[in-house]
Design a protein around this ligand. Structure first.
Ligand SMILES: Cc1ncc(COP(=O)(O)O)c(C=O)c1O
Length: 462
């Protein structure tokens, strides 16, 4: 048999690898048939904002690797060098036995990124663990204050907080709720704050107030004395729901009024994606606990963190007795190698002024989509912050009526883009882009063109 594929000439046949992947590797969110049809795709290398598969196709990466983690792009030698140096010096020792310098330095750096009073990082290895740790911290805070009955958490529809039992319980995703039942008790659902879908005749500000009022009403109905915290992303990433300016300020006031902790889940957008270190900075508000993952190491090594303010920590530490024991820690807590990667990532963001370029180039992309689709009958809304961009496709932009679900418009746009070697995401019919912070103006122009091409083709076929 003659081999024409360069990859197959030196490696296993792609078809065999695809079958072995289906058999031996659990792949979330993609059916086996789709994996087979797409021959994976089997990624074999990546550099900057491009990923190459085993068939030699080169994809322009509008998704920071697919799930928003590769914020510095692919193949960074500086991060690899930092990881190598740390691994060959002190790859890992348990935090129960030793403290280690990379974690101390990273914790100190994170605390100094903003003036929000963030202080102590509980380092874990993923976003889901960061969220779960944040809820444990919140419970510890209330217990330390003599309020052990405060155990409930509020969460919002359409949000995403990971796949542990806490993440699944804080989700309106019906598959999670069915397949992972019974869920954890004490999770109370709130409506999303979805400005594009606000009632007719309401200004964004009025809508922000109405959403905040609804949160307060739920708190009062549940009993504030039973509630530990609210899990809420400052900018929910899945549908790119940039809230009205007053909404988070009101949320903050309500949390203060009832001594409820705001856990700002910034796993998706934290560490630069929105053009600031954290999303909450856009709104002049301060959460009590911030979760972070993806961007903290740019996906080079898994790391996550639940970062608590000094105020929360002082309460938990109390008189200095061994209260930390009440919050769990993982084997890989404050992993020195992962923290070394985190330090290299923060260095790169600062040295290369990536917050500034993310804000500038991201804003330019949003503007480009807005002007391209102004008055378009099927583009209802273009929204975003920095390199978090959403384009909501609708059947009728005048009435905001959505497309029928069975048309699967978003999914078709996503598939079409992939056929055309461009990676974008669709959540329902909201097309989302989350490029790496290193995306240049030229890359951004290419991404805008590739996005419009996929959208226009699919809309043209309806
Ligand atoms: C806002 C948010 N929270 C939590 C998570 C869960 O993170 P992980 O997949 O690393 O467990 C994600 C993942 O996408 C996320 O976007």
């Amino acid at each position: 048999m003659s081999v024409t594929n360069k990859y197959e000439a030196h490696h296993n046949p792609i078809g065999d690898l695809v079958e072995d992947s289906i058999r031996f590797v659990w792949r979330h969110g993609v059916a086996a048939a789709a994996t087979r049809e797409a021959r994976g795709p089997l990624a074999v290398s990546a550099s900057g904002v491009h990923v190459t598969d085993a068939d030699g196709r080169v994809y322009l990466d509008g998704l920071s690797g697919g799930s928003a983690a590769a914020t510095l792009g692919h193949g960074r030698v500086d991060v690899a060098d930092a990881v190598h140096a740390q691994m060959t010096t002190l790859h890992w020792v348990s935090l129960r036995t030793f403290i280690n310098e990379p974690s101390i330095e990273l914790g100190r750096r994170i605390a100094g990124l903003t003036d929000a009073g963030l202080q102590t990082s509980f380092f874990v290895s993923s976003g889901s663990e960061a969220v779960e740790s944040a809820t444990q911290l919140a419970k510890s805070y209330h217990r330390a204050k003599g309020n052990p009955e405060r155990t409930k958490f509020l969460y919002r529809k359409t949000g995403y907080h990971g796949t542990t039992l806490v993440g699944a319980s804080a989700s309106d995703n019906q598959e999670f709720r069915t397949w992972f039942a019974p869920l954890a008790p004490g999770f109370v659902e709130l409506d999303a704050c979805y400005p594009y879908r606000r009632p007719d005749g309401m200004t964004e500000e009025e809508y922000g107030d109405a959403c905040a009022d609804a949160i307060e009403a739920t708190i009062l109905a549940e009993g504030p004395e039973t509630i530990a915290g609210i899990l809420a992303e400052s900018i929910p990433a899945a549908l790119v729901l940039v809230p009205p300016a007053n909404y988070l300020r009101r949320l903050r006031e309500i949390c203060d009024r009832y001594d409820i902790l705001w856990i700002d889940d910034e796993v998706f957008i934290g560490v630069g994606r929105t053009g600031r270190w954290f999303g909450f900075e856009h709104f002049g508000v301060t959460p009590d606990i911030v979760t972070s993952s993806k961007g903290i190491t740019g996906g080079y090594v898994p790391l996550g963190a639940a970062i608590a303010t000094g105020r929360v920590m002082e309460t938990i530490y109390g008189d200095g007795a061994a209260t930390q024991a009440k919050v769990s820690g993982h084997t890989y807590a404050a992993h020195p190698t992962a923290c070394a990667a985190g330090l290299a990532v923060l260095d790169a963001i600062e040295k290369e002024h990536l917050l500034e370029s993310t804000a500038r180039i991201g804003e330019g992309m949003i503007e480009a989509f807005r002007s391209r689709y102004a008055g378009h009958p099927n583009v209802g809304d273009v929204r975003g912050k920095g390199f978090l961009i959403g384009i909501e496709l609708v059947e009728d932009a005048g009435t905001k009526a959505p497309f029928a679900k069975q048309l699967a418009v978003g999914r078709r746009v996503m598939d079409r883009a992939m056929e055309q070697n461009f990676m974008l995401r669709a959540t329902g019919d909201v097309i989302t882009l989350f490029p790496a912070l290193v995306t240049t103006q030229q890359d951004a122009d290419d991404m805008v063109a590739a996005t419009c091409r996929a959208i226009d083709e699919v809309l043209g076929e309806l």
